[in-house]
Design a protein around this ligand. Sequence first.
Ligand code: AVJ
Length: 319
Amino acid sequence: MSPFRLTRTLPEDATGAALRADVHAGLTGSPKTLPPKWFYDTRGSELFEEITALPEYYPTRAEREILQVRAGEIAAASGARTLVELGSGSSEKTRHLIAALAGLHTYVPVDVSESALTGAGRALAAERPGLEVHALVADFTAELALPDTPGPRLLAFLGGTIGNLLPAERSAFLASVRALLTPGDALLLGTDLVKDEKTLVRAYDDAAGVTAAFNKNVLHVVNRELGADFDPDSFAHVAVWDAEHEWIEMRLRSRTAQSVKIPALELVVDFAEGEELRTEVSAKFRQQGVRAELAAAGLDLTRWWTDGEGRFALSLSMA
Ligand code: AVJ
């Protein structure tokens, strides 16, 4: 049996159709919004990698610390023979977990980026001979059909990416994750935690301006894919803490009154001076809230680990 397999579940034009629908809905609504998933073209993924190395952006380092320190405990508690990772990207942080899972039979990385999956899959197959790697090119917010592999399964969703979903999207997502699991399977979830406003805002508005470039990159994506004429420099990067919802919002604020043409949608979008377009919500959590959201989906939170500074949490919950 070949150690590396790749299954494509995204139809070729799924991305284009979804982008057109999202941009149309988001820019004709009020307030204007764009979903954060469109940040991640090649340039956007590079900028995100740069963000993870910024002094102000603590979540990646905090989560890596937890995975390093707790990999043995996570492995023992799950006993997983199959590890599924949603939004696996480069699988860099997962290495610790894979190394600790002694009985691991198959690793199933799931990502929209085929190049990330191929690179990570090859490296892992070389590092861990005998480990089956079955990569899935798929959008984890859509329905997933997992390969038939031995249980127990551990499904990992790291990085705090669940915070990019709105509350209703989050509960739908957790319910669909729960539906993939059978008794004895587990979910390993990474959640960034509520902390002081200054630390949070700095993490999303760094001094070097990398996050600003990442935010504006979504306008380059819309220009390239839909023929739009956004001038990214005519928008200012804004990061605000919404204390009521306990989330960070990234926005792009129009510096002037302007009209933007989007030929592929036969649409002209007017911005008032100072008008803001919301590009991302990044929710921050508390243990009680995570426990309640998991319970609502039929998952029982059994373990909770944080980094030494209590900034980020990994939870393990059982189906
Ligand atoms: C993709 C969820 C890890 O919300 O912190 C980083 C994306 N946005 N800086 C986050 C992001 C701005 C990020 N995650």
